[in-house]
Design a protein around this ligand. Sequence first.
Ligand code: FAD
Length: 289
Amino acid sequence: MQSQKQFKRRFSFEFFPPKTDQGKEKLQNVRNQLAEVNPDFFSVTFGAGGSTRDRTIETVLNLHSQGISTAPHLSCVGGTRQEIGELLDLYREHGINRIVALRGDMPSGMGAAGELRYANELVEFIREHSGDTFNLEVAAYPEFHPQARNAEEDLKNFARKVQAGANSAITQYFFNADSYFYFIDRLEKMGVTIPVVPGIMPIVNFSNLVRFSDMCGAEIPRWIRKQLEAYGDDSDSIRKFGEEVVTEMCEKLLAAGAPGLHFYTLNQVEPSISIWKNLGISEREKIAF
Ligand code: FAD
């Protein structure tokens, strides 16, 4: 973990672009409450294949104009160089300076893979097209990407993104801090030393969490799964337990030198804000890198 300690910490919240007017209004309220704790930035997801393109742009520009730097996610699957180039130009014109660069997953039944096959090719293209305009974040997988041929290949593929020009990374969520520590150690041995910020998934709904974790390859440790199962429909107990478990893991990560945290808010104020307050993040030293 030595390499991570040199970086200033930064803290961020992730949203998805709302579909309805009601969703937009709700996100505005969420934004207002989360803005009070002064995060380093917000980020907004992008439906692979361009399915949320316009909504992502609208949400990013709206949030960015309200004073907190906002980073669009941008996935290359299904897109052409020209389309991606136009999107980069639009973001640059609006003063966006950070992008989360991803391959994405093609929704089943939707068209061809696109001109850029992997995130390292996207990072390379963004550098070619936009130089150093953007601070580029990429995805990292402490429990390895579900399609990776093996752990070794996945680490090498991560390193390709760094060689292509990524500045920092945000991880897929995990509930086992050791997987993150081990991942960082492996990167250090390979000489890869960019900030790798843990992505934090608050626990709110057991069945959704199981479904999503199966899809993205994040492991829910047996002891957490069993405890959540035992609570059945008692959503208050699930939230309380979830908040405790996630707060403790975040404490452990920060104490070991993790360079910040990125919260997958699911467009909800709670429990991200409670975890943030439990950790005393606003009082900790934090400066965006
Ligand atoms: P890559 O880094 O390209 O890796 C994908 C797979 O290909 C891995 O198994 C890797 O080992 C392998 N690989 C990589 N490069 C090569 C190569 N050169 N040759 C051979 N194999 C290679 N999805 C969305 O649709 N929208 C979002 O907004 C979104 N935001 C995310 C934010 C974060 C922080 C994270 C962690 C994930 C996010 N995702 C999002 C999910 C992500 O798009 C998927 O996990 C996707 O399957 C992989 O994207 P990637 O950028 O990690 O791909």
